[in-house]
Design a protein around this ligand. Structure first.
Ligand SMILES: Nc1ncnc2c1ncn2[C@@H]1O[C@H](COP(=O)(O)OP(=O)(O)OP(=O)(O)O)[C@@H](O)[C@H]1O
Length: 788
């Protein structure tokens, strides 16, 4: 921090120097009765005989950063209007100057990121690394607006009106606080996304954008970024004002001026899921005074609940697992979500990673041809790991393995490559031991929600002299009192979660306090189920991934270690318990559970539990390609063939249908309404519907931009179905040209009983024909009902 505010003292002295002796005496007289908020006035005795310089010192001593405004008030009281306005102007300039200075310090702190492409991180400018991420915003349509749009031909909006009227729109970091259709600008924005999707990187980009004058210039005078993981360091009571001083890295930052306009402040709270506090809403936990010394937990709780600085703006990032907990604290939040890289973004990432064009093309070709990897490469973190793995394979001229079909396997391969190429201990057979120490540190941290480790922690886990420390841990230096303090964290939280899971798999090492691995594992699994334990979700997912027989065989061979045979049977039992829960899991919790089954790649897991989930309803969730592969795996290996899968309004495209393909045939009902399947999606779907083992009885493809060509393909495919009972094709782009195909289907598919064709787009003549044929079918004695 810079030396105490000499600039402010000079300003005060200059203002006093402008006074003649009589004015100076009057100033001192009024100062005796000054009404400054908080603190004491300068005792009368100390005011006598002070000269101007001494008075400045006294003013700063007693009124700190309020001294200048107090001086302005007294000048006005004693009719020194010119002096008052001169000082006010000088103060204004000083504040502007300070804003600039703060922006410069933010620039310095945020412009560089560690270059993870170079193994032992050099730093590179963020702008050369950052790649555009797809972000969407949940959008609630207003009735009036809907009608306007409906009148312009977007008929699907009427359908949406019945379904909560939510739409997902693409957005970008510069538009987070723009007014929604209601005209209200959100003061709280939540940015959610899974592990490694780029939330922290996005906050860094926003900080830099603001500091360099490109983002939110007129909107915010100050933007402060609070990293939740760092908050655990602040044990003692502090105030929001203190926190701002700390962020400014200047103990004489004009905090009062900064706080005087809360509507010009943005607080970014990054990594809400990493918080270890409970954030219960008890009143005694909340504070309204930014100067009150209260525990950090209260400051955060009060900011989130808009008790403290209600007019300030908040941007909070979180993984989906903590969303429920976060939602309970917030007032009128706007939800946004990072979807990851687009196809183009991924290519850009690869070309930055592999400057050599030939290597880049090879790597991209490999990813494209390996469907499994292709679906996980939208996550930047995974992209980085996959590229690192591919680079090693390219260097060694090995064939790029096509076994990397789960995130866990990508992490295992990455850890293996790193260890193979960089650990001296590799040859000395002590690797399993070293690895186990790293895993035990990760596990201890995950259980305690501790992400920053002290030297003592490293010593406790015998890692102080380990090579693995430099490989997987980052070191940061923090100011503590007058000295410096080193803290360690895993290169990314995902790695801590991965190694924590690996701890439960590795065996054969002296586990000391954990000499009963069975109990230890049971404890972890029980913890995962407790409310508010969202931070354990990824660890659990990795644990499922590592329990796979194939992965364990690889670990044993590659790391020369023994693995635990127990884990798999425990997890199977756990999966059965989770599946039988009442009420059953829904939404993201259900999807998370399916991800666990998928990571295991053990068909038996799915076979044993999927019968509990007859109705899988993930409608109105944003579903990724990976989610689709996960669903396909679970459905494909289910012993039950009667599932209904509801993916209405999930932003599905033809790629999603492709990823879902292996599982769809095991569903009796497919609800894919309000998506963007288009003609290609329907062609893929038809290939599945044609299979004799496919027994779909309800198919909903409402509002999917389907054309007459689709109607032809779909109707001719379904004509031979013996199981199709209901078909919904509302709100598509059909014309009279579709009529013959639809009539053919109506006549030939005898099982078809309900056909919905609302807003089908036929001419009056076409409609007439449809009605006539419908009546004729009924005359044959067949039950047939048509809607619309
Ligand atoms: N926009 C981007 N462009 C390039 N690389 C990115 C981008 N976003 C993220 N990355 C890479 O992915 C890594 C993980 O990103 P980040 O830490 O921002 O994820 P996160 O969503 O905050 O994850 P978590 O929830 O686990 O904390 C980064 O260290 C960086 O290497």
């Amino acid at each position: 921090m810079e030396p105490r505010g000499t600039a402010m003292q000079e300003l005060l002295l200059e203002a006093l120097d402008d006074l003649d002796q009589e004015e100076f005496d009057r100033f001192k007289f009024n100062l005796r009765h000054a009404k400054a908020t908080g603190g004491e006035n300068i005792p009368r005795g100390r005011l006598e005989k002070v000269d101007r310089l001494q008075l400045v010192e006294l003013l700063v001593e007693f009124y700190e950063d309020k001294a200048a405004m107090l001086m302005v008030t007294i000048f006005e009281e004693i009719s020194l209007k010119n002096n008052a306005s001169k000082l006010r102007k000088a103060l204004g300039e000083k504040i502007q100057g300070y804003k600039k200075k703060y922006a410069e310090s933010v620039m310095e702190d945020y412009q560089l990121v560690e270059d993870r492409n170079a193994l032992f991180g050099e730093s590179v400018p963020l702008d050369t690394r950052y790649i555009h991420l797809l972000i969407i915003r949940k959008h609630r349509l207003q009735k009036q607006k809907e009608h306007e749009l409906a009148a312009t031909g977007r008929r699907h909006l009427e359908v949406m009106e019945q379904r909560n009227s939510i739409e997902y729109l693409a957005t970008d970091i510069g538009s987070f606080f723009e007014p929604s259709n209601s005209g209200l600008a959100p003061r709280t924005v939540v940015l959610q996304g899974p592990a490694g999707i780029g939330k922290t990187m996005t906050t860094q980009k926003i900080m830099l954008g603001w500091a360099s004058g490109e983002l939110y210039q007129d909107m915010f005078d100050y933007v402060f970024c609070i990293r939740c993981r760092d908050l655990s360091l602040t044990e003692k009571a502090s105030s929001l004002a203190d926190l701002i001083v700390e962020k400014c890295q200047d103990m004489y930052a004009p905090v009062r001026d900064i706080l005087a306009q809360p509507e010009k402040l943005l607080f970014i709270i990054d990594g809400f899921d990493e918080l270890s506090f409970s954030l219960e809403p008890q009143e005694h936990n909340l504070c309204v005074d930014p100067y009150a010394k209260v525990p950090m937990e209260s400051i955060l709780n009060s900011l989130l609940r808009k008790k403290l600085l209600p007019k300030s703006y908040l941007l909070i990032t979180t993984r989906p697992g903590a969303l429920e907990k976060l939602q309970k604290c917030l007032k009128a939040p706007q939800f946004t979500e990072i979807l990851g890289f687009s196809e183009k973004g991924r290519q850009e990432y690869f070309s930055k990673f592999f400057p050599n064009e030939r290597d880049c093309n090879r790597a991209l070709r490999f990813v494209k041809n390996t469907g499994a990897i292709s679906t996980i490469c939208f996550i930047p973190m995974v992209c980085w790991i996959v590229c690192s793995v591919i680079r090693v394979e390219l260097e060694t001229e090995d064939e790029i393995g096509n076994t990397l079909d789960t995130t866990t396997k990508v992490f295992v391969q990455f850890a293996y490559n790193l260890l193979k190429h960089h650990s001296k201990n590799w040859q000395q057979q002590s690797l399993p031991n070293e690895l186990w120490k790293l895993c035990s540190l990760a596990r201890a941290g995950i259980l305690e929600q501790k992400l920053l480790f002290e030297e003592d922690d490293l010593r406790e886990h015998n890692l102080d002299a380990s090579d693995l420390r430099a490989m997987f841990l980052d070191k940061s230096t923090f100011q503590k009192g007058i000295g410096c303090h080193s803290l360690y964290s895993f290169v990314h939280l995902c790695f801590q979660e991965f190694f924590a899971a690996l701890f439960y798999i590795l065996q054969g090492e002296p586990k000391g306090a954990f000499d009963n691995p069975e109990e230890d594992l049971k404890r972890l699994l029980a913890e995962c189920e407790k409310p508010g334990k969202g931070h354990l979700l990824l660890t659990l997912r990795f644990l499922f991934g590592l329990s796979s027989t194939k992965v364990q065989e690889f670990l044993e061979q590659a790391f020369q270690c023994e693995t635990s045979g127990l884990v798999k049977s425990f997890l199977l039992q756990k999966a059965e318990e989770m599946a039988a829960e009442e009420p059953p899991r829904t939404g993201y919790r259900l999807l998370e559970f399916f991800h666990c089954l998928f990571e295991s790649q053990e068909a038996e897991f799915a076979r044993r539990v999927m019968h509990h989930f007859q109705n899988i309803d993930l409608s109105f969730k944003v579903i990724s390609l990976l989610d689709c592969r996960v669903l396909a795996f679970c459905l494909q290996h289910s012993s039950n063939q009667e599932h209904s899968l509801n993916l209405t309004y999930c932003r599905l495209t033809s790629h999603h249908v492709q990823a879902l393909a292996p599982g769809i045939q095991n569903c009796a009902a497919l609800e894919f309404g309000s998506n963007k399947l288009g003609n290609v999606g329907v062609t893929i779907l038809c290939a599945i519907l044609k299979k004799p083992e496919c027994k779909v009885s309800t198919l909903s493809l409402n509002e999917n931009y389907l054309t007459d060509a689709c109607a032809q393909e779909l109707c001719s495919t379904l004509s031979s179905s013996h199981t199709l009972y209901q078909l919904n094709l509302d709100d598509n782009s059909f014309t009279d040209k579709s009529l013959p195909f639809i009539l053919h289907l109506m006549w030939t598919c005898n099982s078809l009983t309900i056909l919905s064709l609302e807003r089908r787009g036929f001419s009056t003549g076409g409609d007439q024909q449809l009605k006539v044929q419908e009546e004729k079918i009924k005359e044959t004695g067949r039950q047939f009902l048509r809607w619309g």
